[in-house]
Design a protein around this ligand. Structure first.
Ligand code: F6R
Length: 241
């Protein structure tokens, strides 16, 4: 596991964006796995800036997002589709048909999960997966205790995760109770993984990820079994490491 120590959130975002831009510029076809949440916002801002300044093109890029809330329309400002449009997709030249996010409105959710997993495989897998990390060590919405063999599935969100995400909603009760997420095995199939972390809030999770044993109660610890993982964390997230 490589560890890149960034000075602060902006530096973490800049360094992550540089690695993504490198991959996008140097490959004829690229499949990116994308995350939402507070952590990668600055990275998307840098990618958009670079697209505007240097014309880095996303015409040949396909994307798969990690997760989406169940029961939320793509037009709902709290949906992950809306977030992605707002911070990235609407600002670059990625073709609409190359964008993939689980459909949280699907009537048959298990079928939607199987369809999503197959679509990732049919695209020849994810070349570069961006991850954030939950305070409890979740990746995607794979909460502690999720089987390492899991593929795309429906999850009930942990109370702590709903509480953490309540900052984007009016009230905790408005935070959905379920989501579709890529599974741990789906994430592990990615050829390369960048895990981002910023702030003291994440320090304990990063310490466990780096030092403690691989265990399903700490979902991110599975990354120690992957051959190409880079953690890009700022100093505050690395204080305990
Ligand atoms: C988001 C996702 C989550 C977040 C994690 C950290 O698509 O899959 O695992 O990466 O909850 O969220 P933030 O960045 O808001 O601290």
């Amino acid at each position: 596991m490589n560890i890149i120590q960034a000075t602060n959130y902006q530096d973490m975002s800049n360094q992550t964006a540089e690695l993504i831009i490198d991959t996008v510029r140097n490959n004829d076809y690229v499949t990116l796995g994308l995350a939402t949440g507070g952590t990668p916002k600055g990275t998307y801002q840098q990618l958009v800036k670079d697209h505007q300044l240097n014309q880095t093109s996303y015409q040949h890029v396909t994307t798969f997002n990690l997760d989406e809330y169940v029961g939320m329309r793509p037009t709902d400002p709290n949906s992950y589709r809306y977030y992605m449009d707002q911070y990235f997709f609407d600002e670059v030249d990625i073709p609409e048909q190359n964008i993939h996010i689980p459909n949280g409105m699907a009537e048959d959710l298990p079928r939607e999960c199987a369809r999503y997993e197959k679509q990732i495989d049919d695209t020849n897998g994810i070349d570069l997966q961006i991850l954030g990390i939950g305070k409890n060590g979740h990746i995607g919405f794979n909460e502690p205790g999720t089987a390492f063999e899991s593929t795309t599935h429906v999850v009930e969100l942990a109370h702590s995760t709903r509480k953490a995400n309540a900052r984007f909603f009016n009230h905790l009760d408005d935070v959905p109770t379920h989501a579709i997420t890529m599974g741990i095995a789906t994430i592990m199939k990615s050829k390369q993984i960048l895990l981002l972390a910023s702030g003291e809030d994440k320090a304990e999770a990063i310490r466990k990820l780096i030092h403690e044993e691989v265990d399903e109660h700490m979902p991110a610890s599975v990354l120690r079994h992957h051959s190409n993982v880079t953690i890009i964390a700022d100093q505050n997230a690395l204080v305990s490491a």
